[in-house]
Ligand binder design. Structure first.
Ligand code: TMP
Length: 217
């Protein structure tokens, strides 16, 4: 539990094409309709600085060594924590963050092969040790997830080899298995409405938000 701030901090994680972003939009609509104070934000790109970093990170033309890539994600995160996440939590808001420290462990750790202790230290420095109370893994097989992506062109990470994406997914499953207290796993290969129902159920079970399980009209 997050004892430091009155707000609630929830992160959403998953491999490419798992549908987190769409699900978050639907969830946010419902939260709004029941008057639940919340924000939806994302890593990377939750601040003006972060949006510039995001463009660099996702541009297929950008040539980055693994360490530079890692440091950019962490720089984005430090700013995001300082400017958006901590102030919202201090305000008592529910913060829904699309990706966070576990993305770095899955992508830069499991898939790129950077030392986990180094990533752990940098995550700690960038966030001041702030952990989410709940992390939801939108799990999908790499092939199915990638097949769902926009055909107009994949970004720098999406263009990685299929073996990279397999490692990301395996990494997530391992992370979730290791800390069942914090993690919930959602099978996001199912129909959008079913996933949405599960997502709301998970949040309701954790925080008992009245009205969350009612249908959106
Ligand atoms: P997305 O927000 O559209 O999912 O794109 C972000 C991309 O960046 C996605 O491929 C995952 C990747 N990523 C990392 O590699 N490390 C990180 O720490 C984060 C937050 C994202």
């Amino acid at each position: 539990m997050n004892l430091k701030y009155p707000g609630k901090f929830v992160t959403l994680e998953g491999p490419e094409g798992a549908g987190k972003t769409t699900q978050l939009k639907l969830l946010s609509k419902q939260l709004e309709s029941i008057g639940c104070k919340h924000i939806v934000t994302r890593d990377p790109g939750g601040t003006a600085f972060g949006r510039q970093v995001r463009r660099i990170l996702l541009n297929p033309e950008t040539k980055l060594c693994s360490l530079a890539e890692l440091l950019l994600y962490e720089a984005d995160r430090a700013q995001h924590i300082d400017e958006i996440i901590v102030p919202a939590l201090m305000d008592g808001v529910l913060v829904l963050c699309d990706r966070y420290i576990d993305s770095t462990l899955a992508y830069q750790g499991y898939a790129r092969g950077i030392d986990f202790d180094l990533i752990g230290e940098l995550n700690e420095i960038a966030t001041g040790g702030l952990l989410p109370e709940l992390t939801i893994l939108f799990d999908i097989e790499s092939e199915s997830g990638l097949a769902r992506l926009h055909p107009s062109g994949h970004d720098r990470l999406e263009r990685e080899a299929i073996s990279f994406h397999h490692k990301v997914r395996q990494g997530y499953l391992e992370l979730a298995e290791r800390d069942p207290e914090r993690w919930r796993i959602l099978d996001s290969a199912r129909a959008m409405s079913v996933v949405q129902e599960d997502l709301r159920r998970i949040l309701h079970d954790k925080f008992s938000l009245p009205g969350l399980l009612e249908r959106v009209v």
